[in-house]
Design a protein around this ligand. Structure first.
Ligand code: C2E
Ligand code: MG
Ligand code: MG
Length: 627
């Protein structure tokens, strides 16, 4: 390459390695011996060879090389032209460095080059964005070398395209981020959370603070998700995540473990009220309604707290304990927090064992349905029966529902269990439809728990469980009914109205169970398509002795009748109670006085053995059947 007396890129490339040599070989005005002339010729030839190699290297290398004089390109190689989107090195000649560097990086490049003394090179690369001729930006790393040339400052820049490497690094960073964060909310996930708990434990052991874990479970998230759709559910979760984050102090971490479960780790002072302050703050922020698409949704939460007793506490154990305490908070009425203690641990272990046994029971036909008679006060006729599930465990014997229904509800087994009871009872009903004496009609009721009511597939499954033989139709002798407790209706509120209406449309009667325990009013319950209500046994117990119970039951019977509802009294054990109830005008009674729950064949016997209509005589509390 010819440069008209200026230092060309090839010369300078060569000079970067052989600066000293070119000075030694400078021509001299003195006479030189022939030997020296030969040596000089030899050295010049060697220099020419080196320059030729450098030229070829510069032409072939993928490193972009640019030579600048006073901030202007005087030489470049083909790789530089390619990098900067120019047609050729000639095309680049004359370009100003300030035009080649992305505006935001220009100042950094200028001061970086200013630091460079003559003959120096920068020890480190500088990450710089350059601009192609087209205006596109390319990520590079630069190396600079300052050369002295005729007293002018000449700078040689080497530029490496790092686009691919940066993309790979970004992808890796992103993958690391994704592996440690929840995609939906951007909160840390379980993996990162466990690490944060360990850090908190280490810090707290130095500061003397305590580490508390809080497990938040959104109370009504399933309802939102099921009724308004997953997209809406996701938005509720994102809103909850933001609120939790804003309620935290610096250094605390909130993570999402999937579903509607959020877990927090925070450092609290030894003062136990600190935990309550934090937990109440979280409950407060989560109870605030979220405004979405003109709807105001409030989820509320139940919180379980576990406190690390030593820095060696296992984060997974702390999470498990906090989750058990959260279930406890849910069971005790939701919208509250519970702190894990030994009793909670024992309960959690017991529940886990029970859950495993129950799962096994469902698969191995250990469950049975018993039927308790319902008797009309007028004439003491058998007018129905309530299906009550029983569990005959091969070793533990008979287990009553109060000890396993709550476990089934917590574990989600209630759906399978409830379906099974329903199918069993409804097909039993179909067989009774065929054997009932003429003129006699009975009502068979099945209990539904709150979780079942929330299950979006419920109505369809109920419809499928009804055999054609008892599908509601004129002239049917067995009428099917569903019992839902008053507290379930209060808790689930208006969302359950639609479900009950659909069940009602299937031809099922709706009975409000355990009435009096849910703190509602009959006027409120009138919004539900109910057919009758069952007064809870706690009121019936004192109806023949306590004036207040008598007043309450009397008022309920009267009001229910005014609203067109039938009244059933449950837990009737004594003739004296029956007498009071009859006087009050109660329609139907259920209780040990007339019989405990019976196995299906015994109930069939009762239904067919009597002349129509079946009349039951009080049997007293010592009736021989097993409950
Ligand atoms: P519940 O629906 O209120 O059922 C009435 C309970 O009172 C039954 O208890 C029954 O045996 C008992 N009982 C009836 N008469 C008397 C009496 O004169 N004195 C006394 N002390 N008790 C009486 P059980 O069968 O132990 O069931 C308890 C609860 O378990 C039921 O209360 C119901 O809430 C639930 N349950 C039972 N079976 C099922 C089921 O298949 N599905 C669902 N979801 N829950 C069920
Ligand atoms: Mg019931
Ligand atoms: Mg009841």
């Amino acid at each position: 390459m010819e440069h008209g007396g200026e230092a060309g890129i090839d010369d300078l490339l060569a000079s970067s390695g052989t600066t000293a040599g070119s000075e030694v070989l400078a021509p001299s005005r003195h006479e030189v011996p022939a030997e020296a002339t030969r040596a000089l010729a030899e050295a010049n030839r060697a220099l020419a060879e080196t320059q030729e190699r450098s030229r070829r290297y510069a032409a072939l290398t993928r490193t972009a090389i640019v030579l600048l004089r006073q901030g202007q390109v005087v030489e470049s190689n083909p790789a530089a032209a390619r990098l900067l989107g120019s047609e050729s090195p000639e095309d680049l000649r004359g370009a100003r460095l300030s035009d080649l560097v992305y505006a935001d990086d220009a100042e950094a490049v200028a001061s970086w080059l200013d630091e460079l003394g003559p003959g120096q090179e920068h020890p480190d690369c500088l990450a710089v964005r350059l601009c192609k001729k087209s205006g596109a930006v390319v990520d590079t790393e630069l190396l600079a070398l300052a050369l002295r040339e005729g007293g002018e400052s000449v700078v040689q820049l080497l530029a490496y395209d790092v686009t691919d490497r940066l993309a790979a690094e970004r992808a890796e960073t992103e993958m690391t981020y994704m592996s440690l964060h929840d995609e939906l909310t951007g909160l840390p996930n379980r993996l990162l959370f466990v690490d944060r708990v360990r850090q908190a434990l280490a810090r707290a052991s130095r500061s003397g603070d305590k580490v508390a874990l809080m497990f938040c479970d959104l109370d009504r998230f399933t309802v939102v998700n099921d009724s308004l759709g997953h997209a809406m559910g996701d938005r509720v979760l994102v809103a909850a995540a933001q609120r939790l984050r804003s309620a935290l102090r610096p250094g605390d971490t909130v993570a999402r473990f999937g579903g509607d479960e959020f877990v927090l780790v925070c450092e609290v002072s030894k003062n136990p009220s600190d935990v309550a302050v934090v937990a109440n703050r979280l409950l407060h922020v989560l109870a605030q309604p979220v405004e979405l698409e003109g709807k105001s949704l409030s989820c509320g939460a139940s919180i379980g707290v576990s406190i690390a007793l030593s820095r060696l506490s296992d984060p997974d154990d702390l999470v498990r304990d906090a989750a058990a305490a959260a279930s406890q908070a849910k069971a005790r009425g939701r919208g509250r927090f519970e702190v894990f203690d030994e009793a909670t641990r024992a309960r959690a272990v017991g529940r886990m064992q029970m859950e495993a046994l129950l799962r096994h029971a469902l698969e191995n036909d250990e469950l049975l349905v018993y039927y308790q008679p319902l008797v009309a006060c007028a004439g003491r006729r058998l007018v129905g029966m309530e299906a009550l599930v029983r569990w005959r465990h091969p070793e533990h014997g008979f287990i009553l529902p109060d000890s396993f229904i709550p476990v089934a509800e917590d574990s989600g087994l209630i759906s399978a269990l409830g379906d099974w009871v329903m199918r069993e009872a409804f097909s039993q009903a179909a067989s009774w439809e065929g054997v009932l004496p003429e003129g006699q009609a009975v009502e068979l009721s099945v209990n539904l728990s709150a979780n079942q009511l929330r299950d979006p597939g419920l109505v369809e499954r109920v419809a499928r469980a009804i055999p054609p033989g008892v599908a509601p139709a004129p002239g049917r002798q067995v009428h099917l009914a569903i019992e839902v407790t008053e507290s379930t209706l209060v808790k689930e509120g208006s969302e359950s109205i639609a479900v009950l209406e659909e069940l009602h449309d299937l031809g099922l009667r709706i009975v409000i169970d355990d009435f009096g325990t849910g703190y509602s009013s009959l006027a409120y319950l009138k919004r539900f398509p109910a057919h009758s209500l069952k007064i809870d046994q706690s009121f019936v117990a004192g109806v023949d002795g306590r004036a207040d119970d008598r007043a309450i039951v009397g008022a309920v019977v009267q009001l229910a009748h005014e609203l067109g509802l039938g009244v059933i009294a449950e837990g009737v054990e004594r003739e004296s109670q029956l007498q009071v109830l009859v006087d009050m005008g109660c329609d139907v009674v259920q209780g040990f006085l007339f019989g405990r729950a019976l196995p299906a064949p015994a109930m069939t016997g009762l239904l067919v053995a009597h002349e129509s209509p079946v009349t039951l005589e009080p049997v007293g509390a010592t009736h021989g059947s097993i409950t």
